[in-house]
Write a new protein. Structure first.
Length: 564
């Protein structure tokens, strides 16, 4: 799907809205026609009947114009909603399943595209496309009115473009300074304990103020330049009526136009020149629209449609074939990993911090796609499993706990709607994770809402809720990255008991750890060192071969850095 495809689907609606603009433009000539008819018919005949008829007719035409303008605004709003609706699901999915840098700011890009395709820019463009009609009317009144309108339009449009170009340049420069000030402020706020303890506040406040002042000075300098141009534009607009009436007076004195020609020309010129000038002032949004459009196209192009054909029931046999993964900087994070384990196996993943254990587990869970090679479940590449079939069969605990804003029920059940049939499953999941007491201690129980990153729960509580989410639904494949990192001895015992129970039910379990005591439950062990698979074999064989060297592989992450 591309943004262009969505726009092509609704081009018929654009045509209908433009036709409304045409009729609206014709109806907007009502004041001009009223003035001309008053002069030619009412003043000459002194007829009350003619005046009454003209007033009623013009009132009806003005009402019709108002209704058309309202319907056009509503039609553009509905069109914007449709474009937003067509894009947002594909973009949302692409943001969450892809790793494209275009994902950053994708949701705001949708708003920019919607506003650009249905906002003031489009309204101005539609109205400006009808400016020739009004300028033609001015030429019909008198050639000098038409020539003046064209010259006035060109000058005003050029000045408006100049002013907006200055503003855009200033905004871009000021935005960089504001972003630096914002980033500095957020960074210092996150380190307020250090700042408070050593009284660094005066210094960092001064630095932050300097960054803010830089942005303000840039804005003020640009404001001064653009303001001078805007003042000239304002003077021209203010003198528009004076110049037109003056031209009309000269023409009247030369018997080339009627006495009201200047006033009539002014009414027509407002409709003919105003939209074109407004379009010129809004042209700067085209660059933003094109940039947002391009980023969304890149994001949507990277998105692959997930398979929909169901596969046989998942058993849990896992095979890695020449599995490799490169980081965003092109550095090898994991390379040439090959092994296979039968369904129902428990596999420990060990190695020094930064060796690539977390990356391997991400690939096994389908959280990331390998650069080359493949992960196969029951002989099928993991990407061939439909998400609706694969997702419920996988339980994943990342190294960095990532609970979502929402209730405990939503986090554990993976945002399933509240259903009495799920009560048993969520109860079992909480018991296995040792998290039942966490729920009971909260006033609203499962309905207790968590904030960003699981606030206000402690680190250990967050890990237990995340474990409950991984255990939910008796997954066929369980992938746990350092599941005991925030657990006490009691929590570790509960974890081992739960993994043993799931193995008895046929689940295949992969987990990484820095504790030798957890490896007794393993059937197999994978040793990862420097991004490569050092060895893979049964638990007893690996531990016997490593001997005391195994202690090096089990150094806690807190001692040497976080795992990769």
């Amino acid at each position: 799907m591309r943004v262009g495809n969505v726009v092509r689907e609704v081009r018929g609606r654009y045509a209908a809205i433009w036709l409304q603009s045409v009729f609206g433009a014709l109806l907007s000539l009502t004041p001009f026609l009223f003035m001309m008819q008053i002069t030619e018919r009412v003043y000459a005949s002194r007829s009350w009947e003619t005046l009454g008829f003209l007033v009623i007719l013009c009132a009806v035409l003005v009402l019709a114009w108002g209704m058309l303008d309202h319907y056009r605004s509503m039609a553009l709003s509905a069109l914007g909603y449709r474009i937003d609706n067509e894009l947002r699901q594909g973009v949302y999915d692409a943001v969450h399943v892809g790793e494209s840098p275009a994902a950053v700011g994708a949701f705001s890009d949708i708003a920019v595209v919607r506003q650009g395709l249905t906002g003031p820019l489009v309204e101005s463009a539609m109205d400006a496309s009808l400016s020739p009609i009004f300028i033609t009317v001015l030429f019909i009144l008198n050639i000098y009115f038409g020539l003046f309108a064209i010259a006035y339009l060109l000058v005003l449009a050029a000045l408006s473009l100049w002013s907006r170009t200055i503003w855009q340049s200033v905004r871009s420069s000021a935005r960089e300074d504001e972003e630096q000030a914002f980033a500095f402020g957020m960074a210092t706020a996150a380190r307020r304990d250090t700042i408070r303890a050593m009284n660094i506040l005066p210094g960092v406040r001064k630095e932050w103020a300097a960054l803010q002042d830089s942005a303000s000075q840039t804005m003020l300098a640009g404001l001064a330049r653009a303001s001078r141009i805007d003042s000239v534009i304002g003077m021209l607009q203010l003198s528009q009526m004076i110049m037109l009436i003056g031209i009309g007076a000269v023409l009247y004195l030369n018997d080339e136009a009627s006495i009201n020609s200047g006033f009539a020309a002014f009414i027509v010129m407002i409709r003919g020149v105003g939209p074109a000038v407004s379009l010129a002032r809004n042209l700067w949004t085209i660059s933003e629209l094109r940039a947002a459009w391009g980023r969304l196209d890149v994001l949507l192009a990277d998105r692959k449609e997930p398979p929909s054909a169901p596969l046989p029931e998942m058993k849990g046999q896992i095979t890695c074939e020449n599995l490799s993964y490169l980081g965003s900087d092109g550095k090898v994070v994991l390379s040439g990993v090959r092994f296979s384990v039968p369904a129902g196996s428990v596999v420990g993943v060990v190695g020094p911090s930064g060796a690539g254990k977390s990356t391997l587990l991400r690939l096994l869970a389908g959280a990331a796609a390998p650069t080359s090679g493949s992960v196969k479940i029951d002989g099928f590449p993991i990407e061939q499993w439909p998400p609706s079939q694969r997702g419920p069969e996988i339980g994943y605990l990342p190294q960095s706990i990532d609970l979502l804003p929402g209730s405990i029920w939503q986090n554990v059940t993976r945002f399933a709607p509240e259903d009495a049939d799920l009560t048993r499953q969520i109860t079992e999941a909480l018991d296995r994770a040792g998290a039942t007491d966490i729920v009971q201690a909260r006033g609203r129980g499962l309905g207790f809402r968590l904030g960003e990153n699981g606030a206000p729960l402690s680190g250990g509580q967050r890990q237990r809720i995340a474990l409950a989410r991984a255990f939910f639904g008796d997954p066929t494949l369980l992938v746990l990255d350092e599941p005991n990192s925030a657990l006490d001895a009691s929590g570790e015992a509960t974890l081992l008991k739960s993994m043993a129970g799931l193995r008895e039910r046929g689940s295949t379990i992969f987990f990484s750890t820095h504790k030798l005591g957890l490896l007794w439950i393993c059937d197999y062990i994978v040793v990862i060192m420097d991004g490569y698979m050092h060895s893979f074999s049964t638990r007893d064989d690996i531990l016997a071969r490593l001997g005391t060297a195994g202690n090096t592989l089990l150094v806690p992450a807190t001692a040497t850095g976080s795992s990769a």
